[in-house]
Design a protein around this ligand. Structure first.
Ligand code: ACO
Length: 427
């Protein structure tokens, strides 16, 4: 294969190098395009544009492959726990027992959140969406941890990362407890990372905390499945905010806002709300299938389709199995699940969906499990953020260590040409 791409434009030829990734993905390197030819490329939604070279996550949307640092998502979901996966994503290798223990101990040592932060939490109405609360509290953490991170110091970097992995779950738990009107809980250092998060979220003030292995394992798996997904909307946001050398916490707070949208992480909440609406409307899935296909109707089947997976979402396969197991283990017979299964079956056989390669994505099933685990619908996207945190951190760290330039796209201006100002009196 030629290692050059040639562009012919207005009678002139321009050559560009071609770069190849370890999995043979090919890209034309157009860094010199504007400088030499005075033109730019345009690609709204970046469907054909690579923003970086990255060694963290590989995915092949056609084949339904997802790997973190070379390890398949199927193996990681089965054999690793969330903290091991977080370490793997951020630092590049699976930790040995000693490294994992130190990592967990360092996190535990930072797992307090300044009491003053509670005043900020108190300022929010109970009705506030927990994603807004989480994003604001993550931003507010900066004020209580003001030291800037010297990214050339591995030690500085490590401590900033550990601080965030320690404090973020506390904020997640606070967001839930605020909603439920429960007093804040400080967790228990003797518990595993995910089990402790579960305790901080659900411990009742007048009852001893009761763990449940099925629930903890399902939660662990869900967090692993969400831990990274290369250059999606929120991760690109984290990288672009961080590229201005804004700090780690500020970059993550921006990523949370990006994740909130219903076309991205907010889809898991939207899926459940859609299923509930269909149930309330008599459970007629065919009616909603027709709405989804009607181009004059803005309704979309939430939880179907994916920007990169055009075959199946490998996470959806794992999670579908987990959903079945959790519901069976917990003895839950949920009418919402019957509607979900009906929609899934109809969509998989429907020409509109088949032709457009619209398969159930991870969010279609995650909401069902979260609901079975007793997590309120508005918290679903928060749980996604909790899982995605190590991926955001890993991508931010990689971007800073590679010394990437500030993210600053170009545009094609389509507005008014230069015109004289018109005085207010004569407009
Ligand atoms: N329901 C009905 N039609 C759909 C759906 C859907 N869920 N998704 C895509 N389509 C149709 C579009 O109308 C379009 O049809 P057309 O070719 O006739 O115009 C075609 O399929 C292609 O859709 P695009 O929007 O161009 O695909 P894109 O890659 O831009 O969007 C997205 C992907 C945003 C995920 C989209 O499929 C969608 O909105 N899905 C529902 C929301 C959702 O579940 N989001 C979660 C994504 S996973 C995640 O973030 C973790």
């Amino acid at each position: 294969m030629s290692d050059k791409a040639i562009l012919e434009f207005q009678g002139k030829k321009y050559e560009f190098p071609v770069i190849k990734g370890t999995e043979d993905e090919v890209a034309i390197d157009i860094k010199t395009l504007r400088g030499t030819a005075n033109i730019i490329t345009i690609d709204p939604g970046y469907k054909n544009t690579g923003s970086c070279e990255s060694a963290i996550t590989f995915l092949d949307g056609e084949k339904g492959v997802l790997r973190y640092r070379g390890y398949s998502i199927e193996e990681l979901a089965e054999k690793a726990d969330f903290l091991e996966v977080a370490y793997l994503l951020i630092f590049g290798e699976l930790p040995d027992k000693a490294k994992l223990k130190k990592f967990h101990n360092d996190i535990k040592a930072e797992s307090h959140v300044d009491e003053e932060m509670k005043k900020i939490l108190d300022g929010f109405p109970k009705s506030a969406h927990p994603m807004g609360v989480l994003s604001s509290l993550t931003s507010a953490l900066i004020a209580f941890n003001p030291s800037t991170v010297d990214v050339s110091s591995e030690n500085d970097m490590y401590h900033a990362i550990v601080r965030l992995l320690a404090k973020f779950p506390v904020l997640v738990a606070w967001a839930l407890r605020k909603k439920k009107g429960l007093p804040l809980d400080y967790g228990d250092d003797t518990l595993g990372y995910v089990e402790n998060i579960h305790k901080m979220m659900f411990k009742r003030p007048n009852q001893a905390y009761k763990t449940n292995k099925v629930v903890i394992d399902a939660l662990d798996q869900l967090l692993i499945l969400h831990a990274d997904h290369e250059q999606n909307c929120s991760t690109s946001t984290v990288r672009i905010v961080g590229s201005s050398h804004a700090g780690l916490f500020a970059s993550i707070s921006a990523g949370i806002s990006a994740l909130w949208g219903p076309l991205h992480g907010g889809a898991n909440q939207a899926v459940l709300e859609m299923l509930e609406a269909i149930e309330a409307d008599g459970g007629d899935t065919k009616k909603y299938m027709a709405k989804a296909k009607d181009k004059s109707d803005p309704f979309r089947l939430m939880g179907f389709g994916h920007r990169v997976y055009k075959n199946f979402d490998p996470r959806a396969k794992i999670i579908k199995k987990a959903a079945d197991e959790v519901l069976a283990d917990l003895g839950i017979d949920d009418p919402i699940l019957a509607i979900a299964k009906g929609l899934e079956k109809e969509a998989l056989e429907d020409e509109y969906f088949v032709k457009r390669k619209l398969y159930p994505n991870v969010d279609f099933y995650s909401g069902i499990i979260y609901r079975a685990l007793g997590i309120p619908t508005e918290m679903f996207t928060v749980m996604f953020a909790l899982g995605r945190l190590p991926g955001w951190i890993a991508q931010w760290r990689e971007m800073r260590l590679r010394g990437e330039p500030i993210g600053r796209p170009r545009q094609i201006y389509i507005g008014e040409k230069a015109r004289p100002f018109v005085e207010l009196d004569i407009r």
